[in-house]
Ligand binder design. Structure first.
Ligand SMILES: Cc1cc2nc3c(=O)[nH]c(=O)nc-3n(C[C@H](O)[C@H](O)[C@H](O)COP(=O)(O)OP(=O)(O)OC[C@H]3O[C@@H](n4cnc5c(N)ncnc54)[C@H](O)[C@@H]3O)c2cc1C
Ligand code: SF4
Length: 526
């Protein structure tokens, strides 16, 4: 692996520069380096060794990403007008903080009118889903927890007994806490350690069992010679008349000082995730700023999985919902809706601070009155819920997802920050009756109360961990930002390979789909 110091990076020239090291960026880094290119990956977050992750999410400096407050962790929370977005930061991007779940979307995703006429996606992507599953070490969760059993019982009550299943996750289930040599890549990969079912996947795996991207795609990319620079935020990308790209970045030196660097690349991959990619491309889309020919569709059709996140907190003292992997099972309610129980590890109760009683209603007044009503009807239950000593042990988070078309437009405000607008489209809602029904059923099963993030109760703003779209595919620049090879219309050599290119709602957790699409795009390059 080349060991370039920050100062020697300045002024260097590369075949490819990749902005961001999440799912799309890591696939690109490995596949391009296999083809023999000189590749540089720039990542704004830190590089984590397993012992660097927080022990609980109360250690905000290691868990949250808020550099202005000296928090350089793995989870970024962005509060926008219509949506609260959770996303990952660091070498490995969202894989560091994600819940490992790797579902293949249902058939409707591939035929969605938003992109279905551009290719026969189902058959084209099939081999790439297989490669992605194998690279990420996907395996079916081999055990069930009380939360999974409660969801199975809800499925049975709804006549959906066969629709509750363990999920596929990117986790190594060897002997607990025992390190073995690489079990995935014929011994050529890094050693792995057996999962201890500690439940900390979304705080960071301190065991070495989670198959984060630095254990697969990025590992091989670096082995092939790719240079991966952490703590380096790309601030500008311009295309010159020669068609080459100038990339400017800010390298963190100390907590107060950054070094500005300028690099040249023949081609660039934007893989900063929806927030990172859109912030940068919207800023660069002008004659003065260097990417003037980007499509006017940039920032449109931002979507989510139409999620609802609720926390069902049991009032029983003898339960422990914190043990297991972050997500162990899924209930397919119908073709369009799915729900998964999610956990944090014992001692990780940060979200309790942001929780309010969950109440449905189409306006704030209804929801606030509903929430107050719940507290007044069950004052002891809610007092116990707030005073509980170990929130994670008592709480089952329910992640409910629907595959409907609800979109936002992201643009920059006068201060250059991303803002959401509805622009006439139907925005993702916080009020999902089916999600409420499942949450209430779960509350009955585990003797609990239902909470949600205060932004959802007060403002009706849903929370998403699956932000997608904004650089969608089209047949030309009038209908999309990229073509079906992921190359940006108007700027040959500029590729976009991350969640922003997902052009329809997969209805399920999207990381595998992002990986499969990136595999397909890279397989089409010489
Ligand atoms: C708590 C949580 C749980 C989740 N669980 C699941 C799950 O179980 N299954 C699933 O499928 N999905 C899950 N997701 C979603 C999944 O993590 C994302 O969909 C996925 O990571 C998006 O991949 P990406 O390639 O778009 O970019 P990301 O993985 O988001 O990576 C983008 C990277 O680019 C970096 N970057 C951005 N801008 C710049 C810049 N200007 N310069 C340098 N670097 C930059 C960022 O720091 C980041 O590291 C979860 C997400 C969260 C937050
Ligand atoms: S449950 Fe614990 S050991 Fe297993 S993958 Fe998650 S964080 Fe790692």
């Amino acid at each position: 692996m080349p060991t370039q110091t920050k100062s020697t990076l300045d002024g260097s020239t590369w075949d490819w520069i990749i902005v961001g090291s999440g799912f799309g960026g890591s696939v690109a880094a490995m596949r391009l380096s296999e083809k023999g290119y000189r590749v540089l990956v720039l990542e704004q977050g830190r590089r984590f060794q397993k012992e660097d992750f927080a022990k609980s999410n109360w250690n905000l400096r290691r868990w949250l990403w808020k550099p202005a407050l000296a928090c350089r962790g793995i989870l970024r929370m962005s509060f926008l007008r219509h949506i609260t977005v959770l996303s990952g930061v660091g070498v490995g991007g969202g894989s560091l903080v994600y819940a490992n779940t790797l579902p293949v979307p249902g058939s409707t995703f591939f035929k969605d009118p938003e992109w279905g006429d551009l290719a026969d996606w189902k058959s084209e992507l099939k081999p790439h889903f297989q490669t992605a599953l194998s690279m990420l070490g996907a395996t079916t969760v081999p055990f069930s927890t009380p939360a999974d059993d409660a969801l199975a019982a809800i499925g049975k009550d709804l006549g959906l007994k066969d629709q509750h299943r363990p999920v596929q996750v990117g986790v190594f289930f060897g002997k607990e806490n025992e390190e073995v040599s690489d079990p995935y890549f014929d011994g050529k990969g890094p050693p792995r350690t057996g999962c201890t079912k500690c439940g900390a996947c979304m705080v960071g795996c301190r065991v070495g069992a989670k198959n984060t991207l630095d254990f697969n795609y990025l590992y091989f990319a670096e082995k092939n010679g790719t240079a991966v620079h952490a703590d380096t935020k790309v601030t500008a990308v311009r295309q010159e008349k020669t068609k080459e790209f100038i990339v400017e970045a800010s390298v963190r030196q100390t907590w107060r000082r950054n070094q500005k660097i300028k690099l040249t690349a023949k081609r660039v991959v934007m893989a900063g995730g929806v927030l990172g990619t859109l912030s940068l491309l919207l800023k660069m889309r002008s004659e003065k700023n260097g990417l003037p020919k980007l499509s006017s569709q940039l920032g449109y059709s931002v979507r989510t999985n139409c999620e609802s996140l609720t926390g069902v907190q049991s009032l029983q003292k003898d339960v422990d919902h914190s043990k297991g992997v972050a997500i162990g099972s899924i209930l397919h309610i119908d073709e369009h809706s799915h729900v998964e129980p999610v956990r944090y590890p014992s001692g990780s109760g940060f979200f309790r601070l942001l929780m309010a009683p969950h109440a449905s209603g189409t306006n704030s007044w209804q929801r606030i009155m509903g929430a107050l009503g719940k507290v007044l009807c069950q004052p002891i239950a809610w007092t116990r819920a707030y005073l509980t000593s170990n929130w994670a042990k008592r709480t089952v988070i329910l992640l409910y997802m629907e595959s409907h078309l609800e979109t936002l437009r992201f643009k920059l405000n006068p201060r250059g920050k991303l803002q959401s607008t509805t622009d006439g489209a139907k925005a993702p809602r916080g009020n999902l009756p089916k999600a409420d029904e499942i949450s209430n059923r779960m509350a009955k099963k585990i003797n609990g109360v239902v909470g949600a993030l205060f932004t959802q109760t007060l403002l009706g703003t849903p929370t998403t961990a699956h932000i997608l779209g904004g650089c969608t595919m089209g047949k030309d620049a009038q209908s999309g930002v990229i073509d079906t090879n992921h190359e940006a219309f108007g700027h040959p050599g500029l590729y976009i390979l991350d969640g922003s290119t997902i052009s329809a709602n997969p209805g399920v957790n999207p990381a595998l789909t992002i990986t499969a699409l990136a595999e397909r795009a890279m397989s089409r390059l010489e």
